[in-house]
Design a protein around this ligand. Sequence first.
Ligand code: GAP
Length: 461
Amino acid sequence: MSAPNIETIVSLAKRRGFVYPSSEIYGGLGSAWDYGPMGIELYNNVKQAWWRWMVYERDDIEGLDSSIILNRKVWKYSGHEDTFSDPLVDCRECKSRWRADKLEDGKCGNCGSKNLTEPKPFNLMFRTHVGATAEDDPDSLVYLRPETAQGIFINFLNVLNTSRRKLPFGVAQIGKSFRNEVTPGNFIFRTREFEQMEMEYFVKPGEDETAHQEWIEACHQWFQSIGVSSANRRLYEQPKEELAHYAKRTVDIQYRFFPEREEEERQWDELMGIANRTDFDLKTHSKKPEDAEGKRINPDSTEDLSYFDEATKQRFYPYVIEPAAGVNRTVLALLMDAYTEKTNDKGETRVILKLHHSMAPIKVAVLPLAKNKPEIVGMAKAIKRSLQPVLRAVYNDTGGIGKLYARQDEIGTPFCVTVDHQSLEDEAVTVRDRDTWEQERVKVADLSTHLLTKFAPEPAS
Ligand code: GAP
């Protein structure tokens, strides 16, 4: 089967409660999406898997949750006030606005005209005001953060001192970020409000290049472990002219988000970026750092964010390796990758979402074969309750068994447990596998162990 395009996923997502267009009853709001009952489970599974892998399974990473609204000076010294912008052009014919760097052949994406204005920088940070002051009071101006990373840099000393860490170590954060994108779109691929999973890994200068390479490989492997297939995933070395102002080298993990595009190169786009940010951020936020060129002197900061190495008795600014992924783009990649269609004996085509077991919103659905038989219903509900502490389970009796299986396949539930008349006699149930449609009979007493074995993490390769 050919890869699904985003439109196929949008339709499934709405139909099965993964993602809805936001504010729909008022005509929607361009590029805003809400996550429904299935979507939020998948979304949380992504975040939990990342946190477990990044923080719990390693010994060198701490967690953090910083504010969305920070002191405006953070964005002044980070460089975002001056440089976090996209080149904007207006079409003189139809008055629409575009990102100059995304227009093919330099033509208006609406009417095809080449009669466009010169590109002007448009700052992507959302502005708002704090306190009960006049809207135009410049002292009350603040921004919604466009990345979670800066909240980590400004807390570098806090985390260092409270955790008593030595280099190398990292600080991880998951949280919302906001960018007033000029041309958002493609479903949840590019939105103005999104969530990031970022980690800043602090290393000694000179050890940065090796650490960078290790993180690139580790992140690539992480996507494999949650079920983003290697056939749709690749590394992309950002050319010098694309690098952000702070980066020495950045490698993106790209996903084939747009398989329907004719030109192969345009099928790929960023899922995650892994940057070597050098010592730019810690230096720029430091109180008057020593800088040979006399640049980036900061008279506003009250702290020096340098690090004292006890072993060598040297003081320096650590280099930073930053793996930065989007939760929303990961959800989209998972949905696209898992989407398959299968035709049954009657010639009916069904959608099966072959999500990795760890990502499936629901792990087990317990279904009664006859919903008008109180003994069968009672037994099915009791089984659901007994599984719930160890696995996300649901009970469902809203249709015939064929329909119930089909619905669970569409939302990616790996196993269905069916309670039938015979179950009352032999204390056994049928366990059906989503991917093979094979069924096996399992004793109720062995059921949770049987299922847990199937959900056990695969050994690391
Ligand atoms: N701190 C570095 C940083 O923010 P980025 O490449 O701009 O780097 C990291 O963002 C990730 O955040 C991207 O790879 C993408 O997954 C996600 N992301 C960025 N902008 C987004 C948007 N407008 N909508 C959805 N996800 C976005």
